[in-house]
Write a new protein. Structure first.
Length: 171
């Protein structure tokens, strides 16, 4: 059994592979084809279990490694840091400690990464929330303009316009 720890960043990812013969380290670009190729190359001879920290690239990494037929788990970075008990946080150490936690089965509870329809529904609901917020904002604007036109509301003064303030007296 092999254990792969991946520390993901926007441009390049650092990985560490632990198996019976020792450890291997490397860097790979954080793109779908490169991550998929890495996972399939490393899982060629033996079963591979991969892990990574949850971050902005979580769906990309999860989909690429899963497409190669590798089991992958995502973890909360703060929980992994407690297991590693490491003061210094570097990419190499992070990838090593992820692989080591998988190897010793000392991993925190994995984070749920939704797939397919669930992910699409979440995107749809997030977009709906934005549209509803914008709709409400435009409604309030229209109500304000109509109130001013009817003469029932007071127009807001701009901060740079002079307001009716008493002039300061000279001492």
């Amino acid at each position: 059994m092999k254990y792969l720890g991946i520390d993901v960043h926007s441009s390049a990812s650092v990985w560490c592979l632990l198996d019976q013969s020792g450890e291997q380290r490397g860097r790979t670009p954080t793109t779908y084809p490169d991550l998929c190729e890495l996972a399939s190359r490393l899982s060629k001879d033996d079963e591979l279990l991969a892990g990574h920290e949850v971050g902005g690239q979580v769906y990309l990494v999860h989909d690429a490694v899963s497409a190669a037929g590798v089991t992958i788990q995502a973890f909360n970075a703060n929980h992994l840091r407690m297991i590693a008990a490491s003061r210094k946080k570097t990419d190499k150490r992070d990838s090593y400690w992820i692989a080591r936690a998988l190897q010793t089965r000392m991993t925190p509870h994995p984070v749920y990464i939704p797939r397919g329809e669930v992910r699409q529904l979440r995107r749809l609901l997030a977009r709906r929330r934005i549209v509803m917020r914008d709709r409400k904002r435009w409604q309030y604007r229209a109500q304000g303009v109509l109130a001013v036109l009817r003469g029932t509301g007071q127009p807001r003064q701009q901060p740079d316009q002079e307001q009716d303030r008493p002039t300061p007296r000279a001492p």
